[in-house]
Design a protein around this ligand. Structure first.
Ligand code: F3S
Length: 434
């Protein structure tokens, strides 16, 4: 039975105005669906997909209502960041001029058309959100580029599936996948699942046969773990300790193969000083092995191609860190790409990459730096692209899902960053599971 405070009841009755009322109605419904007994006051950070005022069309409201509250001085209650570029058409924030893509669903719109880009960026909405305090970071990896992160135990409301395990498992802060205008504006979220300590302990013990070392191994391993554990919290043993890039890959892949919002690696993640601690002193409900056979099967699932001739290479899912931008620059310096190579990062890193000189190296090599989106999010690749090379389980999974018709299905070569750069330089796929 949901219990609301007097303030929350007042908002629900509309005494604080239309927008707080509709936000509260939405949160009450989330509580009812999730079985939450109360709302929790958030003390961490939030992010949501702009320009949506709600995750549900039933609780959306028009821009005129937003203008009214902004003119009256309304702000987000918690530090709020923008997930990817505006959901309307998810355009690249920078680099759109050379992005020869037809926006999904509308063959007349091109992402490289200035008029279309202006419309797709939803500037009017974004400006209002800025006035409310939103940091318009427009990235799925805000946690890697923003200068403000929640701390251990803080309650947050994040929206990006690849980022949510970072909040829970790597920072020890607490969030469900529920970032929305309502949660960030009111600073409240339904109190269930990852907000509650008991739900954060591991119930599935995952073992491996090989130490997980390389970036591609962590990505494949994450996808296989996700497929195996589904919604349950795993504790990963025998893996080795991931680097920052590997954590990003693991997180995005686990929340693609399954719905892993939280996991533990004893001695590495903050809520798992030991295996016993991760399991809360209990026996696991299940023990599973992600061995050689499971890894190979996951790798093969993520590869869907009948030809080794590649048309486009995409790197940057999740959006790349400055270290990966450096590594790619090092691999491209003094070379020429045979086919288009898209390199995607967060908007806040574009100028950094430019100032350090990576942008020039990419351009000299014929590669293209963009920010804020990705092919899977845009739901489109340039006309004529039939075979895309990627180094991300999440990108492979979602981009092929965008082409469900088997006759026209986009083919994907999935492998390491090295395999992808090699494909960009040679036009052919030489990757294999090693
Ligand atoms: Fe980001 Fe797109 Fe991957 S938005 S996590 S790059 S699917």
């Amino acid at each position: 039975m949901l219990k609301l405070t007097d303030d929350e009841k007042r908002m629900l009755q509309g005494e604080d105005g239309f927008v707080p009322q509709i936000c509260m109605q939405y949160l009450v419904e989330v509580c009812e669906v999730a079985g939450a007994e109360k709302l929790i006051d958030l003390d961490g950070t939030g992010d949501f997909h702009t320009p949506m005022t709600s995750m549900s069309p039933f609780y959306a409201f028009p821009i005129e209502e937003l203008k009214k509250i902004v003119d009256a001085g309304a702000h987000f209650k918690i530090p709020t960041f923008a997930n990817k570029s505006p959901f309307y058409m998810l355009p690249p924030v920078q680099g759109w001029e050379k992005c020869n893509v037809c926006a999904s669903g509308n063959k007349n719109c091109q992402h490289n058309d200035p008029e279309f880009h202006k419309e797709a960026m939803c500037e009017e909405w974004i400006e209002l959100y800025r006035r409310m305090g939103m940091m318009t970071t427009h990235s799925c990896a805000n946690y890697m580029t923003s200068t403000y992160l929640p701390t251990m135990g803080q309650h947050c409301s994040w929206n990006e599936s690849s980022a949510v395990p970072y909040c829970n498992a790597n920072l020890g802060a607490r969030t469900n996948i529920d970032g929305s205008f309502a949660t960030c504006f009111l600073g409240k979220a339904a109190y269930y699942d990852m907000h509650i300590t008991e739900n954060r302990y591991a119930t599935v013990l995952v073992k491996t046969e090989r130490t997980i070392k390389t970036d591609i191994e962590w990505d494949v391993f994450g996808f296989a773990v996700g497929e195996d554990v589904g919604v349950h919290v795993p504790v990963l043993t025998g893996t080795g300790k991931p680097t920052t890039t590997q954590i990003m890959k693991l997180n995005s892949a686990m929340n693609t193969g399954g719905a892993v919002r939280m996991y533990h690696i004893p001695g590495s993640t903050p809520e798992a000083p030991t295996l016993e601690f991760a399991l809360n002193g209990k026996k696991p409900k299940r023990v599973t092995m992600i061995g050689e056979a499971e890894l190979k099967r996951a790798y093969e699932t993520l590869n869907y191609h009948t030809s080794d001739e590649v048309d486009l290479v995409y790197l940057g899912c999740p959006h790349l860190t400055i270290v990966d931008l450096m590594l790619i620059a090092r691999k491209l310096e003094g070379k020429k790409c045979k086919i288009p190579l898209w390199i995607m990062t967060a908007p806040w890193l574009y100028d950094v990459a430019k100032n350090i000189g990576y942008l020039k190296i990419y351009e000299d090599a014929g590669a293209h730096l963009m920010t804020g989106t990705c092919p899977a999010a845009m739901g489109a690749v340039p006309a004529g692209v039939r075979n895309l090379a990627v180094d991300s389980a999440k990108q492979s999974y979602y981009i092929t899902g965008r082409y469900p018709d088997d006759d026209n299905r986009l083919q994907v070569c999935y492998g390491s960053q090295d395999d992808c750069v090699d494909a960009a330089l040679t036009g052919r796929w030489h990757g294999e599971w090693r």
